[in-house]
Design a binder for this molecule. Sequence first.
Ligand code: GTP
Length: 181
Amino acid sequence: MSASKSFIYKICVVGDGGVGKTSMVLRYTENSFKENYIMTIGSNFSTKSVELAEFPQYNIKLQIWDLAGQKHFSFVRPPFYRGATGIIYVFDLTRRSSFSNLLNWKTEVEKVVAGRPSILVGNKLDLAESGNREVALQDGESLKNELQALSYYETSAKDGLKVEDVFKDTVLAILKASNKI
Ligand code: GTP
């Protein structure tokens, strides 16, 4: 039997203010959701251990940095990108401007770390499905290609839909990029 190998990966979650970054991380790490909006000041940090049934030989600890999305925090964000092994780009399916802004987010991230595996997420699927959708599925797929992200997910942090998949896929992408699988 081979000994298990441990890795620590740093993931940065970025996107406009209010798109649901903190909510996604909270759903993933604590399986909970809060209706009230508490703006992130600077950054939030959490950790989570990940076990992949397909790769039991790996013991992975995620360090998740959820960065403040509001414009006035742009000057504090760059140092947090340093050392990131994966990036999750998030927009709000019910707010078109948060979708269009992701190209600017990529520019901001890539000034510090370039070429890291990334995943694109359109969040608030529950609201989109109740008639408030401003970004079509095909537009999300096109932006995925433009950002050179590896996959595109539509999630609901509120309902917990696909959130786990986003983080799992990010870990798989990092393992692939570092030739571990
Ligand atoms: P900043 O801290 O400003 O960067 O915002 P953020 O991207 O971290 O957003 P946050 O997670 O604080 O969510 C903003 C608001 O949207 C909160 O009121 C959440 O309850 C709500 N929200 C987040 N995700 C969802 C979702 O999937 N569905 C619905 N209906 N509301 C959501």
